[in-house]
Design a protein around this ligand. Structure first.
Ligand code: GLN
Length: 320
């Protein structure tokens, strides 16, 4: 079956869903990172970037917010570029943990590898793998350059968020040392943790996140800058990681009801990939109990369902 949709239909549906979801007052801002607790909870934006470069922006799509765990996707792409698919599978893995993003228990359960670069342990391990090993400044430059290529423009470090998170990241410090204990961190643990904390503190917009997922949907070719950011064979690898654990312990529920690989962050951002078609992102600070933005989930799910874009539907999507 073919699903032919036009950009104006997508825009109309996105606007309709935006108006509905805007009224929702459920969830609350992340408060374990003090900076995030104080962000205006009414901010809300939806951005869609098609693989042909056309863009739909509704609401607060230019507001700069903390990228947080969404950055795990960017750095996973960087290590996939530097090491290739097989090595990343061996050194980190690609399994769902079924547990919260910062779970220590998950590390103890699977102590032969950290499971996936999209939870805290695997993401800290991914930062440790970034080349050149042992050189913090150059590693940081590689991380930021890669995020810039994927977003089509540079992210901004939110100093206050970085400080707030560095002052309170005791659980993540334990994770870094546990990884060391199990030989699953490949550079200095505290340096790797600092890189992870700093990348989580980068500010991005919903627009930039939809360009990232549009680049993944477009097999590594950024549809806005036209730069080939990564080789096409990395696209299905990163999309599978996102599909497996993008919503942490709620990933199954999400995939079942939305049918779209998507990654969340406690800053309120969510970005989804519809392979071959588009990247979609939404941003709104209040979160559910697993740390996923309530309004961003409702928005993306609403749009995907209304437009019949569920990747498991077997329908071939054509933008006409
Ligand atoms: N920096 C946050 C942390 O490590 C990111 C968590 C998230 O966005 N789920 O706790």
């Amino acid at each position: 079956m073919k699903n032919n949709i036009s950009i104006s239909q997508i825009r109309e549906v996105a606007q309709e869903v935006y108006e509905q979801v805007k009224q929702n007052t459920d969830g609350k801002n992340a408060d374990y990172i003090p900076f995030l607790a104080n962000i205006n909870k009414n901010l809300f934006g939806i951005n869609i970037c098609l693989t042909n470069g056309e863009m739909i922006s509704i609401g607060d799509t230019d507001y700069t917010f903390g990228i947080e765990s969404v950055s795990k996707v960017h750095t996973a792409i960087l290590i996939l570029k530097q090491y290739g698919r097989e090595k990343v599978l061996q050194m980190i893995g690609a399994d769902a943990t079924g547990l919260p993003f910062n779970s220590i228990f998950a590390i103890l359960l699977e102590n032969d590898h950290p499971s996936t670069p999209l939870v805290n342990s695997g993401a800290i391990s991914a930062c440790s793998m970034v080349e050149p090993i042992g050189k913090a400044d150059e590693k940081w430059e590689a991380i930021v350059n890669n995020i810039t290529d994927l977003c089509g423009s540079a992210p901004k470090l939110l100093d206050e968020l970085y400080k707030s998170e560095s002052d309170t990241n005791f659980n993540n410090r334990s994770i870094a040392w546990l990884l060391k204990n199990y030989n699953r961190i490949y550079d200095d643990p505290m340096m790797s943790l600092d890189l992870y904390t700093r990348q989580c503190s980068l500010g991005v917009t919903a627009k930039q996140l939809s360009i990232t997922t549009a680049t993944i949907a477009n097999k590594g070719l950024n549809p806005i800058t036209k730069k080939q950011v990564f080789n096409a064979d990395i696209a299905p690898a990163i999309t599978s990681l996102i599909a497996t654990v993008g919503f942490y312990e709620h990933t199954g529920d999400w995939m079942y009801s939305a049918g779209l690989p998507a990654k969340t962050g406690v800053g309120g951002g969510v970005m989804g990939v519809l392979p071959g078609v588009m990247g979609i992102s939404a941003f709104a600070p209040p979160l559910d109990d697993a740390g996923n933005s309530v309004k961003a989930q409702l928005a993306i799910k609403g749009i995907i369902n209304k437009l019949r874009l569920n990747i498991f539907s077997g329908e071939q999507v054509n933008i006409v």
